[in-house]
Design a protein around this ligand. Structure first.
Ligand SMILES: NC(=O)c1ccc[n+]([C@@H]2O[C@H](COP(=O)([O-])OP(=O)(O)OC[C@H]3O[C@@H](n4cnc5c(N)ncnc54)[C@H](OP(=O)(O)O)[C@@H]3O)[C@@H](O)[C@H]2O)c1
Length: 246
């Protein structure tokens, strides 16, 4: 089948492209680096021509509620409208476990995205996953303040983005099912430990400090509200195994 992957160059997007190609699907990769801006409705509509399914793993790197909501509202509206015109029969979105418990900051945009998709006319599936193992590196890069790297205090049960990608492509190969079973990693970790391990493996000696993020999003990160429930499906690769040279 022809699968359009929005955010194809991102942390999970590169794995989604790999898995889809390995399973002999025809992949249309959408990102600005590949010449398609999701905020440009006409470019999105052109790119979706002939697509059977859309997997949306695009993102904006922000903790601002306004920026997150503006991005996910516009990008999702364009993908849904373009998909409807193109006859897309399945729109799949990757979201985050338990974000409705803390609809603030970045998560407010994700909650809005989930609502737009579930209220839309294209049959849909939403997979909520916990943070990726790759999240440690993203936080390290994005949390730089001068010479110091600031890491939000967070309890997390991270999962390998490659395992999330497998699940997303499996969903694309099946009928739309609404909310899919949550996907999490095999064990709970502290984000600061993951960031320190990944920075040290990359040879960095920069100071890394723990900070409480403000607002409902930060409170949920600290309290464990974003940890998976007992019904979640668990991936198998631990952070330590994932870190080992492959
Ligand atoms: N990271 C996590 O731990 C995690 C955990 C659970 C769920 N999720 C969800 O998974 C999704 C992907 O996250 P990620 O961490 O893989 O993202 P990421 O690494 O930040 O990648 C974002 C992707 O979106 C593309 N993009 C951004 N703005 C765009 C635009 N205007 N037009 C076209 N493409 C655009 C980027 O490519 P260009 O820059 O080339 O445009 C890139 O391919 C997000 O929705 C996130 O909420 C993430």
């Amino acid at each position: 089948m022809r699968i359009a992957i929005a955010g194809a160059t991102g942390a999970v997007g590169v794995h989604v492209v790999d898995v889809a190609r390995r399973r002999a699907h025809d992949v249309v990769a959408l990102s600005r680096a590949q010449g398609v801006d999701l905020l440009d409705a006409r470019a999105v509509a052109r790119a979706l021509e002939g697509a059977d399914a859309v997997i949306d793993v695009s993102s904006i790197a922000t903790t601002s509620q306004a920026a997150s909501m503006a991005y996910f509202e516009a990008s999702t509206a364009n993908l849904l409208a373009g998909g409807e015109t193109a006859g897309v029969t399945h729109h799949i979105v990757l979201s985050i476990v338990n974000i409705d418990r803390a609809p603030s900051g970045y998560y407010a945009g994700k909650v809005l995205q989930e609502r737009l998709v579930s209220d839309g006319l294209v049959p849909w599936s939403i997979l909520r996953a916990t943070q990726f193992h790759e999240f440690a590196g993203q936080i390290y890069e994005r949390g730089r303040i001068g010479p110091v790297h600031a890491v939000p205090i967070m309890r997390t049960q991270p999962v390998a983005a490659s395992e999330v990608a497998e699940r997303l492509v499996e969903l694309a190969e099946s009928d739309a099912r609404g909310r899919a079973r949550d996907l999490a990693g095999p064990r709970e970790e502290r984000l600061i430990d993951l960031v320190r391990a990944s920075a040290s493996a990359a040879g960095s000696r920069a100071p890394i400090i723990s900070i409480p993020l403000p607002g409902g999003m930060g409170a949920a990160m600290r309290s464990g509200a974003l940890l998976p429930g007992p019904d979640a499906q668990l991936g198998t690769l631990t952070f330590t195994e994932w870190m080992r040279p492959r």
